[in-house]
Design a protein. Structure first.
Length: 182
């Protein structure tokens, strides 16, 4: 079976259960924490996939990564199902699919603005308004990053769309145009 299909199926079922229990928002926060831990600690995925690490240890590891409490019954049930079905190694992929599913169902767009230097408050507000007009009545999760390699300008990522108005991109486009003319 396709590795992308399994996480999406688990995520959709988990979203349905969490929504029915009124825990979809809390589970969304937990899944984002799992993703943050997986992104910052690549050894986490290797540990979860390791067949020599016991299921109880993997569950404690995921509980810790998510910051789950004893009240997070849906999260605990999810971990139990993963262990029963020998899918604990796919926890980060399922968490990513859950976040995507949640955002799609609730019309939330992840937006990242990357600039060469920190943006002033007025610039940030103006870009947020620009993005909001682009996405209409949907909502957004807005984040800013600084990447000096852009040289100047900014790039906006909205879900899978990208608007790159950076100096680095403009220089690259000019370079490509000059190569075409040769």
């Amino acid at each position: 079976m396709n590795e992308g299909l399994i996480p999406r199926r688990y995520a959709k079922a988990l979203y349905d259960v969490a929504s029915a229990r009124g825990e979809a928002v809390r589970l969304y926060d937990l899944m984002r924490a799992v993703l943050a831990a997986a992104d910052s600690q690549p050894a986490l995925a290797r540990t979860l996939a390791n067949p020599y690490v016991g299921d109880a240890d993997k569950r404690r590891l995921l509980d810790t990564a998510a910051g789950a409490t004893a009240d997070d019954k849906t999260f605990a049930d999810w971990l139990r199902v993963l262990a029963q079905n020998h899918r604990t190694g796919m926890a980060a992929d399922i968490a990513r699919a859950y976040v995507d599913c949640y955002r799609k169902e609730r019309r939330i767009y992840p937006v990242t603005v990357t600039s060469a230097a920190p943006l002033a408050a007025a610039q940030s507000k103006r870009l947020q308004a620009l993005v909001q007009s682009h996405i209409g009545d949907a909502s957004m999760e807005y984040a800013e990053r600084v990447d000096p390699a852009l040289i100047g300008g900014f790039a906006i990522d909205i879900a899978s769309e990208r608007l790159d108005a950076s100096v680095r991109n403009n220089l690259e486009q000019m370079r490509l145009n000059l190569l075409k003319k040769q």
